[in-house]
Ligand binder design. Sequence first.
Ligand code: KIV
Ligand code: ZN
Length: 511
Amino acid sequence: MKDKLFIFDTTLRDGEQSPGASMTKEEKLRVAKALERMGVDIIEAGFPIASVGDFEAVQAVAKAVTESTVCGLARAVDKDIDRAAEALKGANSARIHTFIATSPIHMKMKLRMEPDQVVEQAVRAVKRARQHTDNVEFSPEDAGRSEIDFLCRIIEAVIAAGARTINIPDTVGYAMPHQFGELVRQLIERVPNAGKAVFSVHCHNDLGLAVANSLSAVMNGARQVECTINGLGERAGNAALEEIVMAVRTRQDVFPCNVDLDSTHIVACSRLVSSITGFAVQPNKAIVGANAFAHESGIHQDGVLKSRETYEIMRAQDVGWSANRMVLGKHSGRNAFRTRLKELGIDFTAEEELNAAFVRFKELADKKHEIYDEDLQALVTDTNLATENERIKLVYSKVCSETGETPEAAVTLWIDGVEKQAVARGDGPVDATFKAIESIVQGGANLLLYSVNAITSGTDSQGEVTVRVEKAGRIVNGQGADTDIVIASAKAYIHALNKMLAPAERAHPQL
Ligand code: KIV
Ligand code: ZN
């Protein structure tokens, strides 16, 4: 019997720290339910002290999720720990994850504390967390650049204080696989009470080594990996859950442990996170990229047709790519719609939400004969965007684009109950539409990114647009989907502007 490797997903916490990737409570709930359905062991749902919104999101996830442990992050201070405990009240299984930096540079420059004070604060924090739950995780932040003797000292002290998971973060993505594996091996060997805790790793991808470092640690005794869907996360992201899971599962000849989750939900989860955050998945991304199982060259195709194993090391179906993804059409009923959404991990709690999505489905089916899973996910995201607290709504848009002429757009918006119109010219129909919107809203936000992606193949595909805008240092993403890409663009821009109008006070755990 092999050891179990615990999968700790932090898409909703570290993933959400990625600029522009913030999610609403409803979106977090949808991702959490999809992770639970996949069988993720621990879901880090957020940083409850950060804001009222974060607190409520963790609270909602803690209530809705029963199969996975729900975790809340807290700095090593009483107010964070108590707030996390409050958010997690009512969870079937709860964990408090507390952390403090241990590298010389972080202790001196960020914390302005002596090492002895750091140990004392860590121990106090773990004891405080233990007053709320037996399930306490401790992370020495920036462990990848910390001194090993100091790590041994603090880890021994927090285990004695009651921590049952010790997470070793490579916070800045600096480690090399052989070094990081060796660090974990030595910590487990040298800390006298190491046997009382599960050792975990949390790797960032600044040098593209997050997955390699995590797997090296697993080879050296780590039995929990912290990771995110699609590798979402601060800067270059975290270790990608799908890559960790499939590496361990595919190379059972190498790994001394195994994961226990249903990998056939991976693609749906990846698609959900990408459509909610607007962070597109690159086509050649391992496991979940559109080309991950595509065999382009004739030699490869011939080989795969004769025997799949010639070039394929995994089966596409095992991660949720199905051969026939056309699911619904114009004549599909409400039941079929609801059932397929459930299979995709989308479960509406309120009947009105299902009704709103079904109306949009019928509208889409009138324009587009074949509705694929990807269409359904975009449609649900789009429906949710349209039912969030919107101060600005698109009422009408028209573009005129003609060879040799400057495109012109006319837009009508509803802003706080009042309809306003504008006409503008631009370098293209999208530019003209954005200028017309901006001339009404006058928000002064800078457009940092505009991207459009065809959701499925064919010219009748919906275009899924992501925009990223910035104002006074705050960055938000907006998404929109429609078979008309100018309308999809207008929706995405308005979604971002609505997010900009929402209050933004929120603390970052590591600053
Ligand atoms: O990267 C990091 O060090 C973290 C900790 C809070 C675990 O995210
Ligand atoms: Zn992190």
